[in-house]
Design a protein around this ligand. Sequence first.
Ligand code: ATP
Ligand code: MG
Length: 176
Amino acid sequence: MNTATQGLIIINTGHGKGKTTAAFGQALRAAGQGLKVCIIQFIKGQSKTGEVLACASAFPEQIELHLAGTGFTWQQDMETVKKAALAGWQLAREKILSDTYDLIVLDELTYLIGFDLVSEEEVISLCREKPKRLHLLITGRDASQELIEYADLVTEMQAIKHPFQRGVKARKGIEF
Ligand code: ATP
Ligand code: MG
């Protein structure tokens, strides 16, 4: 059971928009309060998204950002995607166990479980091993049931309407 001084396992999941942007909002809030933050973006990690550019220019000291993705999955062969994802997972382990952060965001981590690159047990076991004070925020669609049960704070984004359904393409500043 978490006490007030213990870090939380937080999950942003669901098929609606807002998982990654809420995670960056959380990182911003944490950085503003002097917490040390590390964000690792899996699968889709692109270097020119607004959130990456903003973190690099505004919070180079307090928010450390790593891109463990290779761009959009459908433009890449699966082996390249897997290799990058597994390197990201290794980095995540190191960062979590280093005990130098207050908040670590693992953005799109659930896809690694979905693609059978990392098992649900490995993720939960790392959550158990994490330094007590560390908050861990995991995002991505279809978070597994066991992970949801293990977590302290779970939010499901529900898609009610999205311009994509009307054929509107991704827009700078809104989707990336
Ligand atoms: P965001 O990064 O905007 O917070 P997200 O992290 O919740 O979105 P992902 O599943 O990571 O969503 O997908 C990333 C991209 O897909 C975003 O550009 C987002 O706008 C878009 N997207 C999210 N939900 C939907 C949806 N229900 N229909 C179409 N596109 C979506
Ligand atoms: Mg996302």
